[in-house]
Ligand binder design. Structure first.
Ligand code: APR
Ligand code: PHB
Length: 394
């Protein structure tokens, strides 16, 4: 099998890249280890920056998002039984975010790319390794129906998430990795109940962090900080709701509407970056190259900015025979990645319980008091949360 751009992984990164290239007449084949149903069944993030919303519109998959997504003009930060709001448009020249689930984005991309445009995605076809990435004919070795085959490409995009094989195909001495594990996880619930408040609440509490998010006016997503090795089996729905309410200001806790779980899961928290993001004709994008803790809602949005840079670089190559954007891909993408890594780390530190020391807590609540009471402090949060700008190219 042959194609122009071989893509490993059909998460948001792989699908968005395939869709953008297809609209410009460039052929792709996606190899995905899981089934289509499995990919759609994963419950993932839900906050989209304006840059990503614009990318989805450009990919002609923004119509349902624009109809059903919720525009959010701010977030709430809770601490010391107080609730403080950070206004986005006021501090960012009018920017906002969109609340629309990653699952919905994946669904819209599959629909447009596979069902309507006839784009090729091979499900249940795991890539095993990438070969000859430093030649003009890189190949993806993959498995299908128990048989080994190869996909010969001009370029390979490794969009196969943190556990994928693209990054692992590179010899260890050619890649630098930076990583940090946090000593806690997030226990999350999805439930068909109206959200406690129209905008998200990020809560710092002496018992640990809590987050009130949503997927729609009738579907809520809540998280509480938990032990790193905690198990979902340890939690009943009631125990979850009780603990969530203990960590919110009393006025908000009184408004929480409880319901049975549609899903409950535990997410570990990590920061991870692989450098560079390009090896000859193999390009890494999204979770394959970097992971952020979910506190700043940056994971999905970083996948989008990587694909912005990569799709433009590949288009410049195919349409204008330019290679300079491909050469600059890693450096350009990483500049934005590191800023989001930094913000997610800082925001995680500000809001979570790391130890039992009273000094740690007082420092956090005093920083929260300072930030929310200062226009400059609010601007720092707002500017990062709505997303730093994508670099433009001529
Ligand atoms: N061969 C083929 N596909 C693979 C392989 C492999 N060896 N290994 C992993 N995959 C697939 C996974 O099954 C998954 O569908 O690659 C896909 C990677 O998708 P994601 O993990 O969703 O990563 P990405 O597309 O970069 O999306 C960005 O941002 O919100 C965060 O982590 C969240 O998924 C989100 C990510
Ligand atoms: C979510 O809705 O799943 C969500 C929202 C904001 C975050 C993380 C997760 O920071």
């Amino acid at each position: 099998m042959k194609t122009q751009v071989g893509i490993i992984g059909s998460g948001p990164s792989g699908l968005l890249l395939a869709r953008l290239l297809h609209l410009q007449g460039i052929d792709t084949v996606i190899l995905e280890s899981r089934s289509r149903e499995y990919v759609l069944g994963r419950v993932r993030a839900g906050v989209i920056e304006q840059g990503m919303a614009d990318m989805l519109r450009q990919a002609k998959v923004g119509a349902r998002m624009d109809r059903e997504g919720l525009i959010h003009e701010g977030i709430n930060i809770a601490f010391d039984n107080r609730l403080e709001r950070v206004d986005f448009p006021k501090h960012t020249n009018g920017k906002v975010v969109m609340v629309y689930g990653q699952t919905e984005i994946t669904y819209d991309l599959m629909n447009a790319h596979i069902d309507e445009a006839g784009g090729i995605v091979h499900y249940e076809s795991p890539a095993i390794r990438v070969e000859d990435y430093d030649t003009e004919r890189p190949r993806i070795i993959y498995q299908q129906n128990g048989k080994e085959s190869e996909l010969v490409c001009d370029f390979v995009a490794g969009c196969d998430g943190f556990h994928g094989v693209a990054r692992k195909s590179i010899p260890a001495e050619k890649i630098a990795t930076f990583s940090r594990a946090y000593p806690f996880g997030w226990l999350g619930i999805l439930s068909d109940v109206p959200p406690v408040k129209e905008e998200l609440i990020y809560a710092n509490h002496e018992r640990g962090f809590a987050l009130c998010s949503m997927r729609s006016q009738t579907r809520s997503r809540y998280y509480i900080q938990c032990e790193v090795n905690d198990k979902v089996e340890n939690w009943t729905d009631d125990a979850f709701w009780d603990e969530l309410c203990r960590r919110l200001p009393s006025e908000e806790a009184a408004n929480v509407i409880r319901g049975p779980r549609l899903e409950m899961g535990i997410t570990p928290l990590h920061s991870f970056v692989a450098e560079p993001m390009r090896f000859g004709r193999l390009f890494l994008a999204g979770d394959a190259a970097h992971i952020v803790p979910p506190t700043g809602a940056k994971g999905l949005n970083l996948a989008s900015s990587d694909i912005y840079y990569l799709s433009r670089a590949l288009l410049a190559y195919y349409k204008q025979k330019r290679t300079d954007l491909l050469d600059r891909y890693s450096e350009t993408a990483l500049r934005r990645v590191w800023k989001a890594i930094r913000f997610s780390w800082w925001y995680t530190n500000l809001l979570h319980k790391f130890d039992n020391e009273p000094m740690s807590r007082r420092l956090q609540t005093s920083e929260l008091d300072y930030l929310t009471g200062s226009e400059a402090g609010q601007a720092v949060i707002a500017e990062n949360y709505v997303g730093l700008p994508y670099e433009k190219f001529e």
